[in-house]
Every structure is written in C-alpha cells, then in structure tokens.
Design a protein around this ligand. Structure first.
Ligand code: GLV
Ligand code: MN
Ligand code: MN
Ligand code: MN
Length: 407
C-alpha cells in the first residue's frame, strides 16, 4: 500500500488492514464483529492519545468531548459517523467521517480555537443495518425511532438476537431506548461522508454540502413453498419458492421502471435451507426502495406486494411481507446548510440517495452533512474511493464549519 500523503490519509491507513474480506473483496465489518470492535478500539485509542475520554452510552454510541472550558454539554456541536460496513464494502463509508472528526479536532487545536460550546465526537453502531436489518439502529434507538423491544428482538443471519450480541459486547439490554439526556447534548450535528455517487466528479469539486436524503425503506418478503428432493420431485409437483422469488425480483424492476424516480433493489435473497440438491422450503428476499416522494415509495411497495402474492400463488407458494425500516425524505436544515456553504465559500449543494445517521437525527436537531469526492462514483463496493488530498480537503472543510459553529 502507498504511503499516506496527508494526515487524514494516515489515520485511514492505520485501519486499512482491519476487516478485509478475502472472499467478497473489500471490507466486512458488521456491528459487534471482531473487525468492527477492533476499529472501535483503534478509535478509542486515538481519542485517548488526544486526551479525550471515550464513553459508550446505553445505546452503544461511543462519545467523546472536547470541552476545555468545562462547559455544560447540553447544546454541544457534535460530529461523527460509523465504523460498521456492508458485506464486502469500501474503506471509506463510515471510517472517513470518523477519521475526519479526529483530524478536524487536531486542526482546531492547531489553530488555537477556543470553543464557546463543547465539541462532541460520536460513533454510531449498526448504521448499515447489515447485521440486524434495520439501518441506523444506534441513532434510531437514541431518538426513539425504533423501540428497544423491537431492536432487542432483531436477529442476525446466524439467529443471534441483538440483545445477546449487545450483551456479549458489554452492553446492558435493559438500558437501550430513547435517551433524552444524550439527545439534549446535541445542539447541532454535522456528519462528513464519502460521496456515494458521482456528483462531485461531475462538478469537479472535492467537497459539497448535503441538501437532502432520498426517502427509503426496507422490506422482507418471505416466500413459503415446499422443501423437497431435487431428483425425485417432478417439475409439475413442485412448490418452489425460489422460482416465485425470481419472478418477484423481475417484478420489482418493472414496477420501479413504471414509477419514474424510483430506485428499487433486491440485493439479498436467501433460500432456506440452501442446498444444491434441495428445493427450498422458503426464500427470504430483502427489498430496498427509495423515492423523493414518500407516497410513491408506499405505492410502489404496495404494488410489488400485490405482484408477490400473485406470482407466489402461481407457483403454489404463499408470501408474507414485513417492513424492516422506513425513513422519510430528509431536507436538511436550509439555514444551517447556507451557513456551511457561506463558511466554505461557494461549495456545491448535493442531494444523496444514501441513508445516514444524520438523516435520523435531522428530525430532532439541526443537522448538516459534508460530502467528499469519490472518483469512482461507486460505493457499497470495494471500488469506493477517496484520494488522500480530497480526504484532507474534507477534514479541513469540517474543521472550518466546526470552528464557525463552536463560536
Ligand atoms: C446506507 O448506506 C444506505 O443508504 O443504505
Ligand atoms: Mn455510511
Ligand atoms: Mn453505507
Ligand atoms: Mn449509510
């Protein structure tokens, strides 16, 4: 690997070996896995080296405060992101915002900034929802957008409950849920993130201020058929849920194409039990739908659900549908976005189709995001990228906006 050429690049280089996935490529850092916990330990050591005291709250969010004047924490300026990843994801989705928070702190101190409000650094667990299904689980728990009861009963692909996995990570399941005290500490939240499309490449700019997040949701379709023998079961005698699920995947694309602006994806499909010579008894299929108009998202999912019932029946199967998470379209606080834009002097504003903890927090506190150019325009993939120079430009921009907000 090339030597880092910037301080932000150096922070990222230190974790470049953690959670590499030799099978899928890229990184697999599911929440509470060894890889993700190693990243959290690295982050805590970086905080400690800076004289900050990391603390994990009752929802598993790691906090640290730069508060040289010993001010009350209520109404602080908070920045941060996440350290978990999708399966086979890139190096920057999450860690870039965490590294930039550390780098911005160093820059602020180097500039001799004397904060008139405390600066909080936060790392949220299970932003991707790649282990327990619900995206932004940490910020949803914090804000009460998901109940503790629902969260604790979520299961990972191996059947472990969130409660058990959290307990093994040293958290007390009884403590999960909306946390008024932690929420009151966030006066304003700013998350820096690698851009997950090619907006900044097309604009030929290293940094943007976010304008909005596309509304999105996730649904789990379970198609039930009859498990049976691949050799002895005549084609006419089969009730094969994988055949039905395959027809549903095609219907998803057709319904999306008929509703302009829709992004609909089946990225995960799991035949149960999953054997070469076994007709599946059940197939679970996860649907991700996004559209700027939340009513269109609802209509698209309703239409796909109707098709699923009909297509399943055609194969002698049944289907049940369960919503896993739903986030409305978020328009970030326009006054705050203008303030960031003015501080940074004419950087572009960009909408995104990707979800973030900032989107969950935006319903409760003034929230903003910065995006850093991704030259490949690709994300949730090993091809996701950010040059050291652009990562540093993002950290400097973050330091600039934090310096302004800390006045
Ligand atoms: C998370 O990154 C998402 O947008 O799904
Ligand atoms: Mn992310
Ligand atoms: Mn992501
Ligand atoms: Mn995300």
């Amino acid at each position: 690997m090339a030597e880092p050429t910037t301080a932000t690049g150096g922070l990222l280089a230190a974790i470049a070996g953690t959670g590499r996935d030799a099978v899928r490529g890229g990184y697999s850092r599911p929440v509470f896995s060894t890889a993700e916990r190693d990243l959290v330990s690295w982050y805590e050591a970086e905080l400690t080296a800076r004289g900050l005291e990391p603390e994990t709250d009752r929802n598993g969010i790691v906090w640290a405060w730069w508060n040289p004047a010993g001010l009350p924490l209520e109404g602080a300026v908070v920045t941060g992101s996440h350290l978990d990843s999708v399966p086979g994801g890139g190096a920057f989705d999450g860690p870039l915002g965490v590294a930039s928070a550390l780098r911005a702190l160093d820059l602020l101190r180097g500039r001799g900034v004397e904060p008139a409000r405390p600066l909080g650094l936060a790392v949220f667990p299970e932003e991707e929802g790649s282990r327990f299904g619900v995206a932004c689980l940490g910020s949803r728990l914090l804000t009460g957008a998901v109940t503790a009861e629902r969260a604790l009963n979520l299961t990972d692909p191996d059947g472990n409950t969130f409660a058990d996995v959290a307990r093994r990570a040293g958290l007390d399941p009884a403590g999960f849920g909306r946390d008024e005290e932690a929420l009151a500490r966030i006066g304003v939240f700013v998350e820096l993130h690698v851009e997950q499309g090619r907006g900044l490449v097309d604009l030929d700019a290293p940094v943007a201020v976010a304008s909005s997040i596309l509304g999105h949701g996730r649904w789990r379709f379970s198609v039930h058929g009859q498990g049976n023998h691949a050799g002895t079961t005549l084609l006419d005698d089969r009730r094969d849920p994988l055949l039905a699920a395959s027809r549903v995947v095609v219907a998803v694309r057709e319904v999306a194409a008929a509703n302009p602006g829709t992004r609909a994806t089946v990225g995960r499909l799991q035949p149960v039990p999953g054997g070469t010579n076994v007709i599946a008894s059940r197939v679970d299929l996860w649907l991700d739908v996004r559209h700027p108009d939340d009513a269109v998202t609802a209509a698209v999912v309703a239409e796909i659900s109707r098709w699923a019932v009909e297509l399943a029946a055609g194969e002698g199967c049944t289907v049940d549908v369960r919503e896993e998470s739903l986030s409305p379209t978020v328009d970030f606080d326009p006054a705050l976005a203008r303030r960031l834009g003015a501080t940074l002097g004419g950087v572009p504003a960009l909408a995104t189709g990707a979800g973030h903890d900032a989107g969950v927090l935006a319903a409760h506190v003034p929230t903003a995001m910065l995006f850093t150019r991704n030259p490949t325009g690709v994300s949730h993939s090993p091809e996701e990228f950010c040059t050291d120079d652009d990562a540093e430009a993002g950290s400097v921009a973050l330091a600039d906006v934090l310096a302004d907000l800390l006045r």
